[in-house]
Design a protein around this ligand. Structure first.
Ligand code: SF4
Ligand code: SF4
Length: 203
């Protein structure tokens, strides 16, 4: 079985939001919510040191996802190919998973369930790429099988000068990788610039 994941090459991302728009259209995300969002963070306080980077906010399809064991109905589950999904037929909208996700990647859908990125599992099943990956004009987003050394994802990770995941100390083992970041993730997330990161992450 594959073990699907994703990465963003921050050297290539231009922050255009095409991925976020494609995601919202593909998955009919209601206005005011997001499954995928790209935030902009600047660090440095003078023109010589000013740096711009982008935060990519979407479910990381963690290998040890804290959102799964808290679900009282089993609606949140991990597939054999490593996708963390929601079974909307048995989700009761209790939001235990929203609280348990340390990254804030889930939202309460107005129809009474909880929703988040599915890596476009319906497209993967049809042999297609996730909508965000297909829409990216600079090919900054990479999808693939982490267990296949020849996959575009493994190749991109192998070629990157810098590889990060969000808050590895939590032990969640995210399968979303940030490649070639020029600002460290903690710095981008707010340890250096709390106000801007808070605006982006909602924390
Ligand atoms: S990012 Fe959050 S919602 Fe996604 S698998 Fe990890 S804990 Fe669950
Ligand atoms: S579509 Fe590509 S370049 Fe545009 S914001 Fe998304 S990842 Fe970055």
């Amino acid at each position: 079985m594959p073990r699907y994941g994703m990465a963003v090459d921050l050297d290539r991302c231009i922050g255009c939001q095409a991925c976020a728009v494609a995601c919202a259209v593909e998955n009919q995300v209601p206005e005011g919510f997001f499954r995928r969002r790209v935030g902009e963070v600047t660090t440095g306080d003078d023109p010589a040191t000013l740096r711009l980077t982008f935060l990519h906010l979407q479910c990381y399809h963690c290998e040890r996802p804290p959102c799964v064991p808290v679900c009282p109905t089993g609606a949140t589950y991990v597939t054999r190919d490593g996708l963390c999904l929601v079974n909307y037929d048995i989700c009761i909208g209790c939001r235990a998973c929203v609280t348990a996700c340390p990254y804030g990647m889930r939202y309460p859908h107005p129809r009474g369930v909880v929703d988040k990125c599915s890596l476009c599992d319906h497209r993967i099943a049809a042999g297609r790429l996730p909508a965000c990956v297909e829409a990216c004009p600079t090919r900054a987003l990479v999808f693939g099988d982490l267990d296949d050394p020849a996959s575009p994802l493994r190749q991109a990770i192998a070629a990157a000068a810098r590889v990060e995941v969000d808050r590895p100390e939590l032990g969640t083992r995210p399968k979303f990788f940030l490649l070639n970041g020029r600002v460290s993730l903690p710095e981008a997330r707010g340890e250096g610039m709390p106000a801007q990161a808070a605006e982006v992450t909602g924390r």
